[in-house]
Design a protein around this ligand. Structure first.
Ligand code: SF4
Length: 272
């Protein structure tokens, strides 16, 4: 039985400066994440109350929409990522609607929005996501539910995420699949990767992939999981196989660090 702590707090700002080069701003409506993924790098970027009780303590930034409305008048238009240290469509978003309200404000005011989640709750917002200045990605780490339960204990199942992607695609939302993080000895089995690529091929969905980075906070939660640290030899081999399979199945497949930036540059040139 989970003992959840949901605390309403006041944020100091709405649009943060992004550390990711392909984004101009980051919008995080919540701190902490109910999905509780053991590999999550956000553990390192959360306060002790949240990181020490990862997955079970959430702060809701109750004033963030008011802040956003004020800030957008002063900000140069750009690309906003939603979000980097929480899942913007975790279950409590059904009640608070901070993600929905933010997307609505941002695209109507000339910002480009890119949103990433593991949750089917995103389908609630199909009516606004179809706008040309918005894309939506779904993370799929594995098609094996047992593996997912091990590393993403409270996240929606792989099948639920795939169905969500199909619905986004069928509703003409610009979408992509994030294949990652790929963790050595956990979800790096080539048949698992091939099944995800085959799925993406069937629905003509672009893939962005990345490996697990061993952050301090997550490595503590990962202690009991039988993973191995990545090294260049292992990753080069995995990447070579991903590229080969993507070519075979004719899937657009790009590395998180290199090609996403390239894509976003294209968007920026068109919009701003
Ligand atoms: S869903 Fe994303 S933000 Fe939430 S715990 Fe998992 S990796 Fe972290």
């Amino acid at each position: 039985m989970r003992n959840l702590i949901i605390k309403e707090v006041n944020a100091r700002y709405a649009l943060g400066k992004s550390r990711m080069r392909e984004l101009n701003y980051i919008f995080n409506p919540y701190s902490g994440c109910l999905h509780g993924c053991l590999y999550c790098y956000a553990i390192d970027y959360s306060n002790n109350a949240i990181s020490g009780n990862w997955g079970n303590t959430i702060y809701v930034k109750i004033n963030i929409i008011d802040l956003l409305k004020k800030e957008i008048n002063k900000k140069i238009r750009g690309i906003v990522g939603i979000s980097s240290i929480t899942d913007p469509y975790m279950a409590i978003e059904a009640q608070y609607r901070l993600t929905r309200n933010a997307i609505d404000i941002l695209y109507k005011n000339g910002f480009y929005v890119t949103v990433q989640t593991k949750s089917p709750l995103i389908l609630r917002d199909l009516d606004i996501l179809h706008h040309n200045n918005i894309d939506a990605g779904i993370t799929v780490t594995t098609l094996n539910k047992k593996t997912s339960d091990l590393i993403e204990p409270y996240a929606p199942s792989p099948i639920s995420r795939m169905n969500t992607l199909i619905k986004l695609k069928n509703n003409n939302i610009k979408t992509w699949l994030f294949l990652g993080p790929i963790i050595r000895n956990i979800n790096d089995d080539i048949s698992n990767i091939e099944d995800i690529i085959k799925f993406a091929a069937e629905y003509n969905i672009r893939i962005i992939y990345d490996k697990y980075n061993n952050y301090n906070g997550s490595s503590k939660y990962m202690e009991n999981v039988n993973y191995l640290l990545s090294d260049n030899k292992w990753w080069n081999n995995i990447e070579k196989n991903i590229i080969k399979l993507c070519n075979e199945y004719n899937v657009e497949c790009t590395d998180e660090n290199k090609e996403k930036e390239y894509e976003m540059n294209k968007i920026q040139k068109k919009l701003f």
